[in-house]
Design a protein around this ligand. Structure first.
Ligand code: AMP
Ligand code: MG
Length: 477
């Protein structure tokens, strides 16, 4: 195993070195074998028992140099200077078989100087949610941090009730957040800030080095990547829940899963986070919050780029978002290109879903499986609006010089059959809390092929039952 811990070596003033506080009597709940093999954790190199020990904080592998990173950020609109890894440790940066370096981060590894009185732990419930979501989004084609391992111990953790401590190993190219730049800016460390910017450009955005102004090219790329990421969230009905700027990755990947949700019935203003009283992070506000967070990042870059440069890069956000979102929705609807009235067709469809309380993903999947008017009517509900929309849609798709089977095949590649519904995660969590990890692993398996029909897995594709529409997910994790 080849660790080359560049953050550890180069940013010595901005972290705290410490070892994980181990789980006691750890058990392995889930393992991402494909990712493990790719990273070099093959069964001939590391036994399952040793793998469990390492990813429950009981031992470290030679070459790991665990550390808690310092960062700050805007939480619910307010700047908080006190943030940092309060319960997670960057274990090290590991080179995979293809020479790409990956950060391994152990979440739930005990208190750090940035814990602000918290216990430094993560509970089994939230760790299962993060494991499943990381992998579900990745397999849907939405950029995300990955999950390598999930372990549980018998250490008690106190939230609303007593729960079990767990650790999640997160893998991504970098753990650098918008908040890292905000920290160096607001603590007036311009040289360190420039060093971090140069580091990011060299390591993660080398193409920017070819540009006339690499820092500008880098900032603009972050703007574009963020816009395209959020376009994917909107298209797949994913609500992040806590889009604080410390939860925004500089790589434009989905990061730091908390009370997220995939939409069940479509509600444009859906708020998945029970603690978000004002709806700041409601589903339909995510695109504008993405831009709000980029403004925080722009502020941090204000010593490196002129106001005109910052403004011009930020102006790229909206067209990039609209462009990416339109392309995705066009594919979801089965249109080979946008025609003038298509935005109206989409708008009316969303209105219809909202009025008739239709499931977001399953409505698109339905349109990917049948174009029989009677079947669509029974899905949408036989009323005037549905009939009108269905007729307009059928006229539109029948204009295309494409066979229905070809159209269905294309649509089924973007309209998932299986998504990570909160109630599915909840059922898996309830079983896991009783010591039965089979349902978590079955769900994990299903979510690795979200677009394909899977024999015997029909139950995972159903609309959420009534009770689950009322599931409330809090920030406590
Ligand atoms: P999150 O809501 O998970 O993004 O966390 C926001 C901030 O609170 C980060 O600085 C976390 O490290 C910290 N934090 C969250 N939960 C805990 C905990 N149980 N113990 C210590 N710090 C925590
Ligand atoms: Mg966070």
């Amino acid at each position: 195993m080849q660790f080359n811990n560049r953050y550890y070596q180069q940013f010595t003033a901005h972290y705290h070195s410490q070892l994980p506080q181990p789980l006691s009597h750890p058990k392995l709940v889930c393992k991402n074998q494909t990712l493990a093999d790719y990273l070099g954790f093959t069964p001939d190199l590391i036994s399952e028992a040793d793998f469990t020990r390492v990813f429950s904080g009981q031992s470290v592998i030679e070459g790991m140099q665990p550390l808690a990173q310092k960062y700050t950020g805007h939480q619910f609109g307010q700047y908080n200077p006190q943030l940092g890894d309060g319960r997670g440790l960057l274990l090290g940066e590991l080179k995979a078989e293809d020479n790409i370096a990956w950060d391994l981060h152990l979440k739930g590894a005990g208190p750090t100087p940035y814990s602000r009185g918290g216990d430094g732990r993560a509970v089994l419930r939230s760790s299962i949610r993060e494991f499943l979501a990381s992998e579900a989004l990745h397999h849907l084609g939405i950029p995300s941090s990955r999950a390598l391992a999930l372990t549980v111990g018998d250490n008690p953790v106190y939230r609303e009730t007593q729960e079990q401590a767990a650790m999640l190993t997160r893998v991504c190219r970098s753990h650098i957040r918008f908040g890292h730049f905000e920290y160096l800016f607001h603590t007036r460390q311009p040289d360190e800030l420039k060093k971090l910017v140069d580091f990011c450009i060299e390591q993660y955005f080398p193409d920017c080095l070819k540009a006339e102004k690499p820092v500008y090219a880098f900032f603009k790329q972050v703007v574009l990547d963020t816009a395209r990421l959020i376009a994917k969230w909107q298209a797949f009905g994913f609500c992040h829940g806590v889009m604080n700027s410390d939860n925004m990755s500089i790589l434009g990947i989905t990061f730091d899963y908390g009370p997220y949700a995939f939409l069940d019935t479509y509600q444009e203003g859906f708020i998945c986070n029970h603690s978000d009283h004002t709806g700041r992070y409601a589903f339909n506000r995510q695109p504008s919050i993405g831009l709000w967070n980029l403004n925080c990042l722009a502020h941090a870059f204000s010593g490196l780029l002129s106001m005109d440069e910052l403004k011009s890069a930020l102006l790229e956000y909206e067209p990039a978002f609209i462009n990416a979102y339109s392309q995705l929705m066009q594919q979801k609807l089965g249109f080979s290109q946008w025609q003038p009235d298509d935005k109206l067709i989409l708008g009316k469809l969303l209105d219809l879903m909202q009025a008739n309380q239709l499931d977001y993903s399953n409505t698109f999947r339905q349109l990917s499986e049948t174009d029989k008017q009677s079947e669509l009517l029974s899905w949408f509900g036989a009323n005037e609006q549905s009939t009108e929309w269905i007729n307009q849609y059928l006229r539109r798709i029948n204009q295309q010089p494409m066979s229905a089977s070809e159209r269905f095949a294309n649509m089924q590649k973007i309209n998932p059959k299986y998504i990570l519904r909160n109630y599915l995660a909840q059922n898996a969590i309830s079983a896991a809390e009783q010591g039965d990890f089979s349902l978590v692993n079955e769900l994990y398996q299903v979510l690795q092929n979200p677009f394909s029909e899977q024999a015997g897995k029909q139950a995972f594709a159903k609309n959420a039952p009534e009770w689950a529409q009322k599931l409330e997910i809090s920030c406590s994790s």
